[in-house]
Design a protein. Structure first.
Ligand SMILES: Nc1ncnc2c1ncn2[C@@H]1O[C@H](COP(=O)(O)OP(=O)(O)O)[C@@H](O)[C@H]1O
Ligand SMILES: [Mg+2]
Length: 352
């Protein structure tokens, strides 16, 4: 590691470098010099096909955020390499980067109270506000068609047609559910294509463990893990947060009676998101509940597609794990459909 660290312009000499945090994608290390602390990361080549493009996105977004706020804890800060870049590729082809360590902060794996969930909404709403005027179009689409739902449906149809493991038969009601929602599920993509909704910078991994909270006040400091930052719609980030954050159970719960979309949590997140986001016009506001529904549909569709294809993408711990996951998402979508008018009312009432 010494060799890697020598390529970065650190203050002081590295004295300790130890594995850090609970990230699942990159290898993360805490580095200490006699003067300060840093985060060193080896980027996952398995997860990311275009690391130089990804790093250009991270650099552009962090520089833009830093220019708006003097507080060093308000965003990630990349440490330059000795040749003026922001990442280093070693002899084995591994990619490395270094950030300032965000001091006196907390990073939770899951909310311990609705207030933590609220703070994650404040962090991601604030991210939207700060990047409102950023030219989202200039970012690389490092994972092409990530939330292109019609494209997800094309892949689903192909898997269903091929049915390589003969699993379609066991998933009759689930298949029927997704087939009946195909038209509805394309709504966001249509709004994006016609320009009816503004193109925004989206984070695409809005879990609480990608938010830093102040260790004392437990209030949102900033958003981290910008590896999946891309051009998209505000409804993607909002919707995915609701999908997993407002559900009353885990993604793979088998007792479906335990799964619903909690309206209290929906309200909590929407309030935090919109307050931090600042103003939002009518069309974008109306897209938020739609985002919750479509992100849930899309995710369920991906679980079911992976089930049909033989569980290549999502790792499974039991047979039918992906089918179970698809079922919770279906349950959530159905629940949102029943609560649709209330979700829309809540969204409007949280508007500033
Ligand atoms: N700049 C930072 N300061 C303090 N802790 C950090 C910083 N960056 C990352 N971490 C910690 O490392 C963990 C993993 O980092 P993250 O970038 O989210 O990687 P992954 O993509 O593997 O999830 C985070 O959940 C957080 O606890
Ligand atoms: Mg992370």
């Amino acid at each position: 590691m010494e060799h890697v660290l020598s390529r970065f312009c650190l203050q002081g000499r590295p004295q300790r470098c130890v594995p850090y945090g609970q990230g699942h994608i990159n290898r993360t290390y805490l580095v200490e010099t006699e003067r300060r602390r840093y985060i060193l990361q080896r980027l996952s080549r398995a997860a990311f096909a275009n690391i130089p493009g990804l790093m250009e996105n991270v650099q552009a977004v962090t520089a833009y955020l830093a220019a708006q706020n003097d507080d060093p804890r308000s965003c990630l800060h990349l440490i330059p390499t000795t040749d003026g870049g922001c990442w280093y590729r070693d002899a084995e082809g591994e990619y490395w980067r270094v950030y300032d360590f965000i001091e006196d902060s907390l990073c939770l794996q899951a909310p311990e109270s609705p207030e933590d969930f609220y703070q994650s909404a404040v962090a991601f709403g604030g991210f939207q506000r700060q990047l409102r005027s950023f030219p989202a179009r200039t970012l690389h689409e490092t994972i092409p068609d990530f939330h292109n739902t019609p494209d997800r449906y094309r892949k689903f149809h192909a898997a269903l047609e091929a049915d390589p493991l003969g699993r379609a038969e066991a998933a009759g009601p689930e298949l029927e559910f997704f087939l009946s929602r195909e038209e509805d599920a394309a709504a966001l993509q249509r709004l994006r294509q016609t320009g009816a909704l503004p193109l925004r910078v989206t984070h695409n991994d809005t879990k609480l463990n990608n938010v830093m909270l102040d260790a004392v006040t437990r209030k949102a400091l900033c958003v981290i893990d910008l590896d999946t930052v891309m051009p998209g719609l505000a409804a993607y980030d909002f919707g995915d947060s609701i999908r997993f954050g407002a559900s009353t159970g885990p993604e793979d719960e088998t007792d479906l009676s335990r799964i619903e979309m909690d309206l209290g949590l929906y309200e909590t997140y929407t309030r935090g998101f919109l307050q931090a986001c600042g103003g939002m016009d009518e069309a974008e506001l109306a897209s938020l509940p739609l985002g919750a529904k479509i992100m849930t549909l899309e995710c369920g569709l991906r679980f079911l597609t992976d089930y049909l294809e033989g569980d290549h993408y999502f790792s499974i711990h039991r047979p039918q794990h992906n089918l179970d996951r698809a079922r919770t998402q279906i349950r959530l979508v159905r629940d949102m459909e029943t609560k649709w008018d209330i979700m829309n009312d809540i969204t409007r009432s949280c508007r500033l």
